[in-house]
Design a protein around this ligand. Structure first.
Ligand code: UD1
Length: 416
């Protein structure tokens, strides 16, 4: 668990790790080139470990040296993912497209629901069907087969991040061109495109709502460095809003953080953007932000909803959140209320009535970003908090306590 003594102002500077949501599809994409890949700036996360285990299971040679992961996908000799590896990480569904495209078949179990809600994969499967695959998703399993995938026009009914990525990955080895419309525009999709292009694929348009993939190009070895994690940046920015202080986030990409910057500026933080990096400063009680609605990029990210909510618990006035992406993403609320927060939820809406003070409490992480929110709130509370179930946080933050300690926070991890 973490033991956090609130009240210290944060100061100094921090560098972001590579983005979890980039590195996972990139590791899956390494199957496509039947060759070697060197992926730099990989964060140290349990989800990355799980992806490496899947690659090893499939027959690849995988080595990790610090932040760099080497993959040789030439020896790949299987097309299945065992249930226990699927269960370790819901995002393992991102292996579906590349395994199918490379081997002509895939056999995995349904990823199932998670702490955020039901999380279906119908859009992923519809895209594979449109590209000519036979898909059997009965009985909790997903079995796909295809002699050769064909390029197709795929219009996503919702700009799903995972479905956009899976389609891009499958389309790289398909016969003919694929056009994805209503594609997700997240920066991590652009990062995936950059890696695919580095291995010789012809992919255009990532970062816009139309992505074009020219299929069947000869792919080769590649080197790629993972983009900095904008959700970790949003978490540290929320921590400064909560605890006060002034912190430079050295390698943050300001363009990726516009929606966060807008909300935290409205809360009274002073945020200076540099070509690469931002400085965030906050010395006064935050102001409430009347309307924060999560939406696909470039909207306000659902992954930042919990940390930003934690930053506004002591704001002057009432802040209103509307969660439009996941149906069950307020599980942190009950834990935050243990600190004296005043929050009412009703369906997809949550109203945060700012309180003058928060007190330390014993809390449990309910999910990855909800767990980070407890830390953000504890940094701004009076007294000591104990935060358990860190396995959730360890899925997505590579050095949370070390970074916060370097910024002056009183936080330590103890084994229980
Ligand atoms: C990714 C991110 C996650 C982030 C989310 C939304 C990774 C590894 N994870 O998750 O951190 O919170 O984007 O920004 O990148 N949906 C369907 N059918 C589908 C696919 C999705 O109905 O086939 C729905 C989901 O249930 C959800 C919404 O679409 O309500 C968004 O999901 P999606 O964008 O696919 O999120 P992920 O890729 O799973």
């Amino acid at each position: 668990m973490f033991i956090v003594s609130g009240g210290n102002k944060l100061q100094g500077s921090v560098r972001l790790s590579g983005a979890k949501n980039s590195v996972l599809p990139i590791l899956a994409a390494s199957l496509l080139n039947r060759g070697e890949s060197l992926i730099e700036n990989c964060p140290d996360l349990s989800d990355v470990q799980a992806s490496m285990e899947i690659l090893c299971h499939l027959g690849c040679v995988v080595k990790k040296d610090g932040k760099t992961i080497y993959i040789d996908s030439r020896p790949m000799n299987r097309c299945d993912i065992p249930d226990e590896l699927m269960r370790k990480m819901r995002s393992s569904v991102i292996f579906l497209g590349p395994i199918l495209a490379r081997t002509g078949c895939v056999d995995m179990c349904m990823p199932g629901g998670c702490e955020l809600g039901s999380r279906p994969i119908d859009l992923h499967l519809a895209a594979m069907r449109k590209m000519g695959a036979n898909v059997d998703d009965s009985g909790g399993a997903v079995k796909c087969s295809s002699l050769k995938l064909r390029g197709a026009e795929i219009n996503l009914s919702f700009p799903s991040v995972g479905a956009t990525e899976n389609t891009m990955l499958a389309a790289c080895l398909a016969e003919g061109d694929t056009v994805i419309t209503n594609a997700a525009c997240e920066p991590e999709i652009e990062d995936l495109q950059n890696y695919l292009c580095a291995m010789g694929a012809k992919v255009y348009g990532a970062g816009t709502s139309t992505v074009v993939i020219k299929g069947n190009y000869e792919l080769h070895d590649a080197v790629h460095s993972v983009v900095p994690d904008r959700i970790v940046a949003a978490t540290y920015m929320s921590a400064v809003c909560s605890a006060g202080g002034c912190v430079t986030i050295e390698n943050a990409v300001p363009a990726h953080l516009k929606a966060i910057t807008e909300v935290l500026s409205a809360a009274g933080c002073v945020i200076k953007e540099m070509p690469l990096g931002i400085v965030i400063e906050s010395y006064n009680r935050p102001k409430a932000v009347p309307h924060i609605r999560t939406a696909p990029y470039p909207g306000f990210p659902t992954d930042a909803q919990a940390p930003v909510m934690a930053a506004l618990l002591k704001a002057e006035g009432a802040s209103v959140f509307v969660e439009t992406i996941f149906e069950n993403r307020y599980r942190h609320v009950g834990e935050l209320m243990r600190m004296g927060a005043d929050i009412r939820t009703e369906g997809r809406a949550a109203v945060v009535f700012g309180v003058e003070n928060l007190g330390g409490a014993v809390m449990e992480c309910t999910d990855l970003r909800g767990g980070a929110a407890l830390v953000v709130a504890a940094l701004g509370a009076e007294g000591e908090s104990r935060i358990c179930e860190l396995k959730h946080i360890d899925r997505g933050y590579d050095s949370l306590e070390k970074d916060l300690k370097n910024m002056g926070a009183a936080i330590k991890r103890v084994e229980i």
